[in-house]
Design a binder for this molecule. Structure first.
Ligand SMILES: Cc1cc2nc3c(=O)[nH]c(=O)nc-3n(C[C@H](O)[C@H](O)[C@H](O)COP(=O)(O)OP(=O)(O)OC[C@H]3O[C@@H](n4cnc5c(N)ncnc54)[C@H](O)[C@@H]3O)c2cc1C
Length: 294
């Protein structure tokens, strides 16, 4: 079947094409996943709407509340942005762990999030950063917390006439530290389990935590926050025992599937291990930054 390539000059033209073709067209960003899907006839769009020429989807701006990241930023650009490293270093750290140089050079944050492949590296980090997706259709914008954006296996809330324009990330609270750990067969593979942890100290100098955020990928049809483990750690001192207990609790919050890389029971076990490790490493960073126990 023939597939037409639409090259819009700006965002309005892209949204007009999106409205006109709806289910019959798909936006293409870096093409890293979409072209594989097309080659395998898993999707057969009549047209592709190329997002590459659209300047409004580029750049990363730091503002008083956080950072606004254009959907067309590649993993390479996320890694290379000093502003982003300063304001939300967890995201470049996760981008660094995406596959190979070639995939990082082309794959975009927007494509990574919209494709919603289990084991992708950016969603757990974005969840732990309380990120929000800014979606636009012709007449209006809507903002969706990323925790509500992912709806199922390779599915999101994105409507066929919408484009993901930006990801908004809040500034982490004072003294917070974030870590992303990936467990994969090889560094170029998707994560069997990927865990992002943000630890926010209570500021009393006693080693207590005001808040912990845990994002997990690869262990359920959608990336998710381990909210029960997070709640159990609120106000606690994060040490080996509380981190171990939180890891165990997080492993009961996931719903892993099996594939040739790993079975469900193994993934669940790895959630317990990697949540514990990520929490302890983030707590150590908090201490090294001078915000831990006095
Ligand atoms: C060999 C290989 C290994 C990989 N390994 C990893 C890995 O280890 N970790 C990891 O996280 N990822 C991995 N990926 C995925 C990769 O990082 C990209 O995130 C992914 O390919 C999607 O980004 P893209 O820009 O190429 O999107 P595309 O392939 O162009 O698009 C993907 C989907 O998103 C939609 N889309 C894209 N942008 C928008 C937008 N702004 N608004 C609305 N819809 C949009 C498209 O219509 C399509 O459905 C791998 C990919 C390959 C090919």
């Amino acid at each position: 079947m023939e597939c037409k390539l639409i090259r819009p000059g700006n965002l309005d033209e892209a949204l007009a094409a999106r409205a006109e073709y709806a289910h019959d067209a798909l936006p293409i960003a870096g093409g890293q996943s979409l072209l594989v899907m097309m080659r395998n006839r898993l999707v057969t769009p009549r047209a592709l709407i190329d997002l590459e020429p659209i300047d409004a989807l580029r750049g990363a701006e730091v503002h008083s509340a956080g950072v606004s990241i254009g959907a067309m930023n590649t993993c390479r650009q996320l890694m290379a942005s000093p502003a982003l490293s300063e304001a939300a270093g967890l995201l470049p750290a996760a981008a660094r762990q995406v596959s190979s140089t070639a995939v990082r050079n082309l794959g975009t944050i927007g494509g990574n999030v919209c494709h919603n492949e289990p084991g992708a590296d950016l969603p757990p980090a974005l969840l732990a950063l309380n990120a929000r997706a800014v979606l636009r259709r012709r007449a209006d914008d809507r903002e969706v917390p990323l925790s509500e954006f992912f709806t199922g296996y390779f599915e999101t809330t994105l409507e066929p006439d919408e484009i993901l324009c930006r990801i908004e990330v809040e500034h982490p609270p004072a003294g917070a530290a974030g870590v992303y750990l990936k467990h994969a067969v090889s560094p170029e593979d998707l994560a069997i389990v990927g865990v992002a942890a943000v630890v926010v100290p209570d500021g009393k100098g006693t080693g207590g935590v005001a808040e912990v955020r845990i994002g997990i990928g690869g262990a359920a049809p959608v990336p998710l926050r381990a909210t029960a483990a997070e709640a159990a750690l609120k106000g606690a001192v994060l040490d080996r025992e509380t981190a171990r207990a939180a890891g165990e609790m997080a492993s009961t919050e996931v719903d892993p599937g099996a594939d040739p890389h790993a079975g469900a029971a193994y993934r669940r076990k790895m959630v317990a291990v990697f949540v514990r490790r990520a929490l302890l490493r983030a707590a150590r960073q908090v201490e090294e930054n001078g915000h831990g126990a006095a």
